[in-house]
Design a protein around this ligand. Structure first.
Ligand SMILES: O=c1ccn([C@@H]2O[C@H](COP(=O)(O)OP(=O)(O)O[C@H]3O[C@H](CO)[C@@H](O)[C@H](O)[C@H]3O)[C@@H](O)[C@H]2O)c(=O)[nH]1
Length: 466
């Protein structure tokens, strides 16, 4: 069906930070908006856009979602211009992107397709200034949990002092959230001074949040009720998640089985054929997401732990990390294990052969495990992942956390024990019970009249009235 310029209720630009863990949830949210009659246009920076090889995301339930690129200062098609560092890149994106985004908004106005709102990733707070320049609605989108964001807010406002001192050295506590041991707080907080650049990006989310018209959180209310209630006293906070494709939840969006935009190419058929050959609940799926870089020693321990478990394993090791795999592991384990550069994670998690998920606890991976009902072994690396792992084990009860040794490594034996625990150990029944509860709640949240669905409706009605 061709939607005319007048037919949609409003036109919004949706602007995720670079990286799969940000694109997936914001693209998925765009689909929900499109389903409800809003026209979303996904904004990407040129550097990423060049490698995407697509300008639209097809949907079966409505017109395709358009992707438009803006300049990041690295627009040269010859491939000659590469950023020196992520810091240089993001600086260039801020300066060039703000101008380019403004030009795009003017162009769309001239084309008779005016924009009413910008939904921007918290990691890109300058997009709010562009929205203000044109009098547009500004919606901040958080891709991480509310507890994590509340901790960062407390740090940014000086309510938690870093490095941690006094009582904060014993527990980190923010309203509505469980008390955390310092090592369960985000890594930038417990290891003050680590990754100073990313720490600034993280805190920058709160630099102008008070001016945002909406704050959209990718969770559903039951996951962090009290923290959400507390945050809602400060800003117009609404929970809109989980942004997992509809096929795995309410099934209202026709054929919505995948996010639709893989920045790395998944080995779909290989994974499917291999999983099809394995018995039910027999496979350990291992993935550390799109950004984590593990040490050689950690690779060695994971490989040995998986091999010693005697279980089948499907392990995603990005090409850039594959040199760290212990020699011979792929050949040695060809029947027992499959290593791929990227998978279609949702298809793997949904496959009946998959029995547990060894994950770095990126927030999307956790939302997916919860929504699809797969027990988790948390092996957090940095940023928000340790806090997510704490919630997995102690709050949501959907898995266990692997303990590290004094060098920060999860040893092979520990990995094996955790896998056994979630698959057949004492806790496994309880974990399965909790998973079916969360799976049901996740579906209800996005289904007709659910908490997230109602919040999305409220947002859509607001935009339509602009
Ligand atoms: O082989 C793979 C591996 C992952 N995925 C998908 O990629 C996304 C990965 O997201 P996430 O699990 O959140 O991990 P990261 O990519 O590492 O995400 C970054 O961004 C998240 C949101 O801000 C943070 O929670 C993480 O800590 C941070 O590392 C998920 O949707 C997965 O389904 C695939 O499709 N195939």
């Amino acid at each position: 069906m061709e939607v005319t310029k007048q037919a949609h209720k409003a036109h919004v630009l949706v602007f995720p930070f670079i990286g799969q863990g940000h694109v997936n949830p914001m693209l998925q949210f765009s689909k929900r908006l499109a389903f409800k009659g809003i026209k979303p246009t996904l904004i990407t920076a040129q550097y990423i856009f060049k490698s995407m090889q697509t300008t639209t995301i097809e949907t079966q339930f409505g017109p395709p979602i358009q992707i438009r690129s803006i300049s990041d200062g690295y627009d040269d098609d010859s491939g000659g211009s590469h950023p020196e560092s992520i810091a240089a890149y993001l600086d260039s994106l801020r300066v060039n992107g703000a101008k380019s985004l403004a030009q795009l908004i003017m162009r769309l106005n001239d084309e008779g397709d005016p924009v009413q709102a910008i939904i921007y990733d918290g990691f890109l707070p300058w997009a709010l200034d562009v929205a203000r320049q044109f009098g547009l609605v500004a919606g901040l989108f958080f891709t991480q949990s509310c507890t994590v964001n509340s901790i960062y807010y407390h740090v940014q406002r000086g309510l938690i002092q870093l490095p941690l001192t006094g009582p904060d050295l014993i527990k980190v506590s923010v309203p509505g959230a469980p008390e955390l041991h310092p090592f369960e707080a985000p890594s930038f907080v417990h290891t003050y001074g680590s990754y100073p650049f990313w720490f600034d990006v993280i805190l920058g989310q709160f630099s102008n949040i008070d001016q945002a018209d909406w704050v959209l959180c990718n969770i559903f209310y039951d996951m962090e009720k009290e923290v959400v209630d507390w945050m809602a006293k400060l800003w117009k906070v609404r929970t809109i998640g989980p942004t997992v494709p509809s096929y795995y939840l309410d099934k209202r969006l026709e054929d919505d089985t995948d996010y639709g935009l893989h920045l790395l190419k998944p080995d779909k058929t290989l994974c499917k054929n291999w999983l099809d050959s394995k018995p039910k609940d027999s496979v350990v799926y291992v993935s550390f997401g799109s950004a984590a870089e593990l040490s050689n020693e950690q690779f060695q321990e994971l490989a040995r732990g998986l091999k010693n478990s005697d279980l089948n394993f499907l392990w995603v090791v990005r090409e850039s990390e594959q040199a760290k795999l212990p020699k011979g592991i792929i050949e040695e384990n060809s029947k027992q294990g499959l290593v791929v550069g990227w998978a279609s994670q949702l298809e793997v998690l949904a496959h009946e052969a998959t029995g547990c998920f060894v994950t770095h606890c990126g927030f999307n991976s956790i939302l997916e495990a919860l929504s699809l009902g797969v027990p988790v072994v948390g092996v957090p690396q940095w940023t928000d992942q340790g806090t997510n792992a704490k919630f997995v084990e102690d709050i949501w009860g959907v898995g266990v956390r692997a303990r590290v040794d004094d060098k920060g490594i999860v040893q092979r034996k520990q990995l094996e024990e955790c896998i056994t625990e979630v698959m057949e150990g004492e806790k496994s029944e309880e974990i399965k019970k909790n998973l079916s509860k969360w799976k049901k709640l996740a579906k209800e949240a996005v289904d007709v009249g659910g908490s997230s669905d109602k919040n999305i409706d409220e947002f859509v009605a607001y935009l339509a009235a602009c």
